[in-house]
Design a binder for this molecule. Structure first.
Ligand code: SF4
Ligand code: SF4
Length: 221
């Protein structure tokens, strides 16, 4: 039987949630995205574990039911001129140390049964250079370092993690294609060309006044 990656349960990636950083930079891409009416809601320092809206909802419910402080930040969002709502594409965890890591030395994930896809993918991270996309094991994971000089079949060794990493990409593509269809059908009218900081201010107001929606919830008839 082929060897598989074994997580050492050291919880380093749960205590440093920027390990699985989606590698976005507000200053570099913020203005570019704004031209398309798309905004980043998180500062560079806040960007860590990516949460899809369905994951966000499960974690939100679990946190509320168990009195866990959980302050995720919208990652991508658009401002819709028609409804004056902010539509959220996905979130970032917003905590350096994951609030769902049990606070003792057992390193238990309290949401193991429904942990985010990005957690399932780690230590595999996506490396983008120009148009070249590669999935690589993170050198920050001791489980990866342990097998560094061993001969392994990469695809088989990281089979489960690669599958999760590719599902993350697939879900992301689905969200962006939904955005395009919504725009084409004029079901939303994104506000574009405003300063990213002003967009973030608008987003915060929308959160306070509960004028946020999840992009999946807009009907495409
Ligand atoms: S850093 Fe690697 S070995 Fe440690 S918990 Fe995360 S995936 Fe497992
Ligand atoms: S959700 Fe679980 S696996 Fe993911 S960072 Fe938090 S404690 Fe770790």
């Amino acid at each position: 039987m082929n060897k598989k990656f074994e997580c050492l349960r050291c919880a380093l990636c749960c205590k440093n949630t920027n390990f699985s950083n989606v590698n976005l930079n507000q200053e570099i891409i913020g203005e570019k995205l704004a031209k398309k009416g798309l905004y980043l809601g998180a500062k560079n320092s806040e960007i860590g574990i990516l949460l899809f809206n369905d994951e966000f909802k499960k974690l939100r419910r679990f946190a509320d039911e168990n009195g866990i402080k959980f302050h995720p930040v919208p990652l991508f969002f658009v401002i819709d001129k028609l409804s004056e709502n902010a539509f959220i594409f996905c979130w970032t965890l917003g905590h350096k140390v994951c609030p769902f890591l049990e606070k003792n030395d057992d390193h238990i994930c309290l949401v193991e049964d429904f942990k985010p896809l990005v957690c399932k993918a780690f230590p595999i991270i996506k490396n983008v250079r120009g148009t070249k996309i590669r999935y690589l094991p993170s050198g920050k994971c001791p489980g990866v370092l342990k097998v560094e000089n061993q001969e392994i079949d990469f695809t088989s060794f990281y089979e489960n993690e690669l599958e999760a990493a590719k599902t993350v990409d697939k879900k992301m593509q689905e969200i962006f294609s939904r955005f395009s269809r919504l725009k084409d059908k004029k079901l939303i009218e994104p506000v574009s060309h405003i300063k990213p900081n002003n967009a973030i201010r608008f987003l915060k107001d929308c959160i306070v006044s509960k004028k946020i929606c999840f992009i999946e919830e807009i009907n495409i008839s």
